[in-house]
Design a protein around this ligand. Structure first.
Ligand code: ZN
Length: 603
C-alpha cells in the first residue's frame, strides 16, 4: 500500500471521527510559550481559542504521557489560569475536575487563556525549565478543548533571549520563525520540544533526515555517532520495509547519571550519562537505547494494542500487551546492536543471559504473569515499592525472552525461511497500514500463527501464566542451551537485600521464601549484631558471617525496628540466585548450527 493511500485513509478517518460541530474546520488553537522566569522553572503559556460556541467551554490537560504508563497528574504544576475575551475582558472560570477548567463564555466567540506551568522534574517524560534550557514534554504543557482533540494547533515558541535553538519533530510553519504546526492534538502531545543552546548535528539514514540535539554536554563524538546511529536506523527500517516519517529528531539529555527513553511519533527523548560515551559498554548501551526508541516508531507508535490509541488522556489506558509493545522492542534493541556488528555474538548472548537473570532471580516471576504485568503497569511496574521484587515481573526483560523464544520457534518451524521480523512486518502492514487499528490479543496471535505456520499456544501459555519458561525447549533448536553456572554450588544466604546508611545496615527488601522472610526480618530493620558480634556495615561483616555459616544453621540477629531492639533467629538457606550463560550444545546438528547463524548473523 502506498503512502498517498494511507494519507487519504487517515484523512477519511479524521472526517469520520470529527463531530458535526467541527465539520466546518475551526481555526487552529494557537499557543505561545514564553519563559519569563526560567531560573524559577516556569513556562508561560498563552492559548488562543477561536470559534467558541455555547455557554461554557471546558479546557483540559492530560494526566499522563503516552509511553509512560503512570498517571502523573500534570495539572498539579499549573497555576495562574485565567481566561479573557479578545478585548481583554476577564471571563469567569472554575475547575470542575482535577484536569478540567470550565470557562463561562456566554456568547464570546474568541477567547484567550493564560497559565503557567512549573517544570522542575528531570526525566524523559516530564518538563524541565531552568536558566540554561527548557524541555517541554507536551502532555504536561499544552491544554486542549474537551472533545476537540482533532482540532489543529499552532505553537509559537519564544526562547529566552540567552537561548538560540529549538528542536522538535513538529512541522515548521513556513515563513514564520519559531512557529510549529500540528494537525491535531494527538500529534502535538506526541512531539516534545527542546529549547536552549543544544549541540545539534544531522545525518540521513534510510532516506530520512535525522536531527540529534545534545543537551548537557558530554564526551560524545558527533562523527562516530552519526555513522553508528545511521546503521541502527537502517537496520530497524529494513525489518519493516519503510520509514513512516519524513524527518526524525533525537533529543538527548546528558546528565550526571541519566537514563531511560520515551518514544514519540517522529522523535524521541533519550536520557544518557554525560561521560558514558567514552567506554565501550557505555557507548553500546547508548546505541541499544537508540535502537529501542527507534524500533518503537513501528512497534507501539503505529503497530499498537487496541487500548493505546486514540488515547484517553484523562485516565489509565489498560492493555495486556505491553510484553509485545515493550518486551519485543527490548528484544530488538540489542538484536539490532548485534545485527549492525557493534555486539559480538558473545556479548549479545550475555545480554540475553542478563535478561534471564533479571527474570529468574525475581520471585515476582512466580507470582505475576506477563499479561497481568502489562495490565497493572500503572499501579505496579511504574509504582515500585519494597515488595516489587517479590510480586512483579518486568514485561521488558521477560517480554524480550518471550520474543527470543518466539523468534527461534518460528525459525525452526519454517526451516529458517521466516522469523519474528516477518511477524512484526506483517502485523505493521495489516493492523496499522491496512486497517488503521490497534490489535487485540487474539488478532495478534492469529496473525503471528499464520506467519509462523504453527500454533503459538505454548508461547501464550508462558505469557498468561506466572513461572519459569523452559528456555531450553526453544534454545535447542538453535543448538544452544541455558546453563545456570551456580547450579551444584550451594551458597549460604540470609534472604535480605541491604544498604549501608550513615554506618547503619538497613534492610531494603526481604526475598520471598528466604530465611529472613520466614524468620520475620522486615524492610527498614537496622541489622545491629549477628551471633553477638556487632555488624560493621562498611566491613561487610554480615556477609562474612553468613558465608561462613552452614546451610540449615540458624543465626541470631539483633535488630532495631522503629527504635526498639529485638532478637530474631533466622535460618541460613541456600541462595536461589542463578548466574546464567548461553552455551553451545555439543554435537549440534548442521540444521541447528544453520538456524543459530541465521538467528545471530550480522545483516
Ligand atoms: Zn520502550
Amino acid at each position: 500500500m502506498n503512502k498517498i493511500f494511507i494519507k487519504l485513509l487517515s484523512f477519511l478517518l479524521i472526517m469520520v471521527t470529527t463531530s458535526s460541530a467541527e465539520a466546518f474546520a475551526p481555526s487552529p488553537i494557537r499557543f505561545e510559550v514564553s519563559f519569563r522566569e526560567p531560573q524559577a522553572h516556569y513556562a508561560d503559556i498563552k492559548m488562543e481559542i477561536d470559534d467558541v460556541n455555547g455557554d461554557y467551554l471546558d479546557v483540559k490537560m492530560p494526566v499522563w504521557a503516552p509511553g509512560s504508563y503512570l498517571v502523573r497528574e500534570f495539572p498539579k504544576n499549573v497555576e495562574g489560569f485565567e481566561a479573557k475575551d479578545a478585548n481583554g475582558k476577564a471571563l469567569v472560570s472554575k475547575k470542575v475536575t482535577k484536569n478540567t477548567w470550565r470557562i463561562s463564555t456566554k456568547g464570546v466567540r474568541d477567547l484567550i487563556v493564560n497559565y503557567r506551568v512549573y517544570a522542575f522534574e528531570v526525566s524523559v517524560r516530564t518538563s524541565f525549565v531552568d536558566a540554561s534550557h527548557a524541555f517541554l514534554s507536551p502532555t504536561g504543557i499544552f491544554m486542549y478543548v474537551d472533545n476537540q482533540i482533532n482540532r489543529s494547533a499552532e505553537v509559537l515558541v519564544n526562547p529566552h533571549p540567552s537561548w538560540n535553538k529549538i528542536s522538535t519533530g513538529l512541522k515548521e510553519k513556513e515563513g514564520h520563525a519559531n512557529t510549529y504546526l500540528a494537525a491535531n492534538f494527538d500529534i502535538l502531545f506526541d512531539a516534545p520540544i527542546e529549547v536552549g543552546n543544544q549541540d545539534v548535528f544531522h545525518f540521513t539514514a534510510a532516506g530520512v533526515p535525522h536531527e540529534v540535539a545534545m543537551v548537557g554536554g558530554g564526551n560524545y563524538n558527533k562523527e562516530r555517532l552519526s555513522k553508528d546511529m545511521a546503521k541502527i536506523v537502517e537496520s530497524a527500517t529494513k525489518i519493516f520495509g519503510e520509514s513512516p516519517n519524513d524527518k526524525y529528531v533525537f533529543i538527548v539529555h546528558n546528565y550526571h547519571a541519566g537514563g531511560g527513553g520515551l518514544e514519540h511519533l517522529n522523535s524521541t527523548v533519550l536520557g544518557a550519562s554525560r561521560f558514558s560515551y567514552g567506554t565501550e559498554n557505555g557507548y553500546k548501551s547508548f546505541l541499544g537505547l537508540v535502537a529501542h526508541e527507534y524500533f518503537h516508531l513501528w512497534n507501539i507508535k503505529r503497530l499498537r494494542p487496541e487500548a493505546l490509541g486514540p488515547f484517553n488522556y484523562d485516565e489509565e489506558n489498560y492493555t495486556t500487551n505491553l510484553w509485545i509493545g515493550e518486551g519485543f522492542t527490548a528484544y530488538y534493541d540489542n538484536l539490532l546492536v548485534r545485527r549492525t556488528g557493534f555486539y559480538t555474538e558473545d556479548l549479545y548472548l550475555q545480554s540475553l543471559a542478563a535478561d534471564v537473570a533479571a527474570v529468574e532471580n525475581r520471585p515476582g516471576n512466580q507470582i505475576q504473569s506477563l499479561s497481568e504485568s502489562s495490565f497493572d503497569a500503572w499501579i505496579k511496574y511504574y509504582r515500585p515499592d519494597e515488595n516489587s521484587l517479590n510480586s512483579v515481573v518486568s514485561y521488558y526483560n521477560k517480554g524480550a525472552l518471550i520474543a527470543m523464544m518466539t523468534d527461534i520457534k518460528i525459525l525452526h518451524a519454517t526451516k529458517g525461511a521466516k522469523r519474528l521480523d516477518d511477524v512484526m512486518r506483517e502485523a505493521y502492514n495489516t493492523f496499522y497500514k491496512e486497517k488503521g487499528l490497534g490489535y487485540s490479543d487474539a488478532a495478534f496471535k492469529a496473525l503471528a500463527e499464520k506467519v509462523a505456520g504453527t500454533s503459538l499456544d505454548d508461547i501464550y501459555d508462558l505469557v498468561n501464566h506466572a513461572g519459569s519458561p523452559d528456555y531450553n525447549k526453544y534454545l535447542q533448536f538453535v543448538g544452544m542451551e541455558l546453563v545456570n553456572l551456580n547450579a551444584g554450588y550451594e551458597t549460604p544466604d540470609l534472604g535480605v537485600k541491604t544498604a549501608a546508611s550513615e554506618g547503619k545496615l538497613i534492610v531494603q527488601s526481604v526475598v520471598r521464601g528466604g530465611g529472613a522472610w520466614d524468620g520475620g526480618i522486615n524492610v527498614k530493620d537496622e541489622l545491629i549484631a549477628i551471633n553477638g558480634y556487632r555488624i560493621d556495615a562498611a566491613a561487610k561483616e554480615l556477609d562474612r558471617v553468613i558465608q561462613a555459616s552452614k546451610i540449615g544453621d540458624s543465626v541470631n540477629i539483633l535488630i532495631s525496628r522503629d527504635g526498639m531492639l529485638k532478637e530474631l533467629s533466622v535460618q541460613v538457606r541456600a541462595s536461589k540466585t542463578g548466574k546464567y550463560a548461553f552455551m553451545p550444545i555439543e554435537n549440534a546438528t548442521a540444521e541447528q548450527q544453520q538456524l543459530r547463524e541465521k538467528w545471530l548473523a550480522e545483516q
